[in-house]
Unconditional design. Structure first.
Length: 254
């Protein structure tokens, strides 16, 4: 969406604060021995306390309130009573929701407890790459150039990017134009970011894979060549200067 009046900005700020705090609290609540279903239910209780509705459940009938992906899973992991979190797991939580007709999206990967499997360098790379990409976004900048930053920074650190997952516009629905804010530079993409637009920008930084592949459950995504993937995501408003990061309260850069 494009922000055209103060009430729209306030609506986006309200739902963005909800999803940001839900993500932050879920990350802090997670612990070894907990099932991903338990963690999801905790997130759902936070959303309900604000009167917000889960976006993946409302939009796609996703079998959970939030997406929780663990280790080799990169996205759209289904919360389950059979999936028990362990010390050192690479965990990704993605929270998106709707409140009063406005939608917002954010996510982040983290290491649960002690980093016994050395996932933290990947997580840190994803955080840094998202930050560098976001602060290069302003009205008039080519969308492809931001993808180029992500790809170039990933390669500098010895990583790859997932080429068939992307950020997107958001606001009055979960996915809007501009679609396909890619993690690499598409030289045929001549689109430019527009001032006052609301977008969800996300990294998908990988150790081995370059494509996401869907499992037989119809939801969970893993890499085509194995390995791990870290994702971090903010919803923001584009300006003529630094963007207004609406989901800053999730503290994914801490």
């Amino acid at each position: 969406m494009s922000i055209s009046k103060e009430s729209e900005l306030q609506g986006m700020k309200a739902i963005s604060e909800v999803v940001a705090l839900t993500l932050k609290n879920m990350r802090e609540h997670a612990r070894p021995g907990m099932t991903t279903k338990e963690l999801d239910e905790y997130g759902a209780s936070i959303l309900r306390s604000y009167g917000a509705k889960s976006a993946p459940y409302s939009t796609y009938q996703f079998p959970g309130w939030t997406c929780i992906s663990v280790n080799h899973e990169m996205a759209h992991g289904i919360p389950s009573n059979r999936k028990v979190l362990q010390e050192g797991d690479l965990v990704n939580i993605d929270v998106s929701a709707e409140l009063n007709g406005f939608w917002s999206d954010n996510g982040g990967s983290f290491v649960l407890g002690e980093d016994i499997h050395n996932h933290q360098p990947l997580v840190q790379a994803s955080k840094e790459i998202l930050q560098k990409a976001i602060f290069a976004i302003k009205g008039g900048v080519k969308i492809a150039d931001i993808g180029g930053i992500m790809e170039r920074e990933a390669k500098k650190r010895g990583y790859k990017v997932i080429r068939n997952l992307a950020g997107h516009g958001v606001g009055r629905s979960l996915h809007e134009k501009p679609e396909n804010i890619l993690n690499y530079r598409d030289r045929f993409d001549r689109r430019r970011f527009r001032k006052n637009s609301v977008i969800a920008v996300e990294t998908f930084i990988a150790t081995e894979s370059t494509l996401a592949v869907e499992l037989d459950d119809g939801w969970t995504l893993i890499g085509n060549r194995g390995g791990q993937v870290a994702q971090h995501e903010h919803t923001l408003v584009i300006t003529d200067d630094e963007p207004l990061i609406l989901t800053a309260s999730n503290e994914i850069w801490n």
